[in-house]
Design a protein around this ligand. Structure first.
Ligand SMILES: NC(=O)c1ccc[n+]([C@@H]2O[C@H](COP(=O)([O-])OP(=O)(O)OC[C@H]3O[C@@H](n4cnc5c(N)ncnc54)[C@H](O)[C@@H]3O)[C@@H](O)[C@H]2O)c1
Ligand SMILES: C[N+](C)(C)CCCC=O
Length: 495
């Protein structure tokens, strides 16, 4: 175990004790960990080449046992892990709040999504099968769906526990092991997941955690015994991951950023459209990859829409994320808060109107005063060429644009290098499907936004990524097909 450990957080005793435990378990990490009171939580040291090699070797050993088990046997352990998550839901959710700053209400839903994902892939583990193909003369071939080996998972900070589960569940169901590196900003809850898999009976180091930033991540990508890299994070880092993986011709899953459009037509149910726009922009303090931050509203309903959306945005309860009635917690760090606020300033300079929010927020509770809070912001009179409309802000900032025709709005919605998600609100069923068919995005929503049931694939078009998470298809991203030819006659040699 490396590094001096120092804990500075004035938490109520049970949470403080729990956290101390995880910081000790974490061992090797050096960055400071920030949270909703704005203090350094702990100092740890990043994993170096020796640590990463140790973790990968242990995962390779675990893979040897795990990959020989039947799907049914693997499923049993995964279901047990899901049950443990259920029984520890509140504790994990509270730790996620401390780790990330999001509200406890959302953290609970993230824990549920993680559990459901593990349950879902446990259900698929025993369905993995190949094909039997008859060939001439009684010969035949069959295919086997086999695991890849040790997979590396690298996570972003916005959904720390959920990302670790969304990556590990399909990987483990297919018979792989995984070494996971969480973001340096949110290092804690992935360790809880490792502990849960172990408690459920998984072989030692089947899912293990290494801590660190880009150096540790790149050591994982380059390690010769890592067979695949599954990454969630920004486009620039995704590009580097792909480049590193290409050296070893390793497959990658890339879940990257977005600048998704939400189209609200004149015939929409306005109440649902407003709710959808809020869900599309303000979950997790706006730090969501799939957020529909370019809200295109038909010009005839723009005034009513804006009035309602601004009224409800102003009502969002900001503050202590551990309280049940809080709906918006703290952003992940001071530099990130500064960056988000600078996007608002830039929007003003470029001619957008701040209809509400966009200011630093200082909670009344003195213990929260150092936290990274801001008021959720709605920007009006936005134009396609503005920075706030072109770049991923990754904060609680909604840009509203007006449109006239379906053809025009489709062209504008697709005018981006990203393609993670898109949404449409309309009562016209034909229009809904026609619009969705023409939207260049991996996840499209009709009359809702930002729901991600684990049974359906999630992932991006264009620069928003490669591959999918969730759904049946993800089995293909964590396994490979072996074809076996069986000759029943004699070898018909040409020589
Ligand atoms: N599509 C999705 O499912 C999804 C989900 C969540 C977040 N995101 C995206 O993530 C971004 C925000 O997250 P972030 O700031 O943590 O992203 P990031 O790209 O800065 O970091 C992501 C992870 O990569 C690691 N990393 C950084 N440089 C690396 C390198 N050179 N080699 C190996 N690993 C490296 C980081 O330590 C971290 O663990 C946003 O763009 C958001 O849209 C996408
Ligand atoms: C907000 N959702 C729906 C949970 C999506 C999370 C995926 C990535 O940020």
């Amino acid at each position: 175990m490396k590094g001096a450990i120092q804990i500075n957080l004035p938490l109520p005793l049970p949470l403080g004790t729990l956290l101390a435990l995880y910081v000790i378990v974490l061992g090797c990490y050096h960055h400071h960990m920030f949270h909703f009171v704005g203090k350094i939580l702990c100092h740890l040291e990043p994993c170096d080449a020796v640590d990463v090699d140790q973790a990968v070797k242990a995962a390779k050993l675990a893979f040897g046992h795990w990959s020989k088990m039947s799907g049914m046997e693997r499923a049993r352990i995964m279901i047990k892990a899901a049950h443990i998550i259920e029984s520890r839901r509140e504790e994990i959710a509270q730790m996620e709040v401390i780790d990330n700053g999001k509200s406890i209400t959302e953290a609970r839903l993230d824990v549920d999504s993680a559990r459901l994902c593990i349950e879902y892939y446990a259900g698929l583990a025993n369905t993995l099968a190949g094909q039997h193909v008859q060939l001439p003369g009684g010969s035949f071939a069959y295919t086997r769906r086999e695991p890849l080996g040790v997979c590396a998972g690298i996570g972003a900070w916005n959904y720390p526990f959920q990302i670790a589960a969304w990556k590990s569940a399909p990987a483990l169901a297919c018979g792989n092991s995984m070494v996971f590196k969480p973001s340096p900003l949110t290092p804690v809850t992935a360790v809880m997941l490792a502990e849960i898999y172990a408690e459920a009976g998984a072989p030692e180091s089947l899912f293990s955690v290494v801590q660190g930033g880009q150096e540790t991540g790149s050591l994982l990508c380059h390690h010769p015994d890592v067979a695949k890299v599954s990454f969630t994070g920004s486009v620039p880092t995704g590009r580097k991951i792909m480049e590193m993986a290409s050296k070893g011709v390793k497959p990658v899953t890339l879940e990257l950023g977005g600048k998704s459009p939400l189209l609200i037509f004149q015939d929409s149910d306005l109440e649902n459209a407003v709710r959808g726009a809020l869900m599309a922009n303000f979950l997790s303090q706006g730090q969501v990859c799939s957020n529909g931050t370019r809200v295109f509203v038909h010009e005839n309903i723009l005034p009513q829409f804006l009035e309602e959306v601004v009224k409800r945005t102003q009502r969002i309860e900001i503050g202590d994320p551990l309280l049940d009635n809080t709906r918006m917690g703290a952003l992940v760090s001071q530099p990130h808060l500064d960056k988000v606020l600078s996007f608002v300033d830039q929007a003003k300079k470029e001619g957008a109107t701040v209809l509400c929010g966009g200011e630093p927020f200082v909670p009344t509770d003195p213990k929260l005063r150092g936290g990274y809070y801001m008021t959720p912001c709605v920007l009006g009179e936005c134009k396609d060429e503005m920075t706030c409309v072109r770049e991923e802000i990754f904060g609680p900032v909604m840009s509203v644009l007006s449109f006239e025709t379906e053809e025009e709005v489709l062209q504008r919605a697709n005018d981006t290098t990203m393609g993670l998600a898109a949404g449409v609100f309309t009562r016209d069923v034909k229009r809904a499907h026609r619009v969705v068919e023409n939207l260049k995005a991996g996840s499209c929503f009709i009359n809702n936004y930002n729901i991600t049931p684990v049974e359906v694939p999630f992932g991006g078009f264009k620069m928003s990524g490669i591959g999918r998470e969730n759904g049946q298809v993800t089995i293909e991203y964590y396994s490979q097909l072996k074809t076996v030819f069986v000759e029943m006659g004699d070898v018909d040699s040409l020589f």
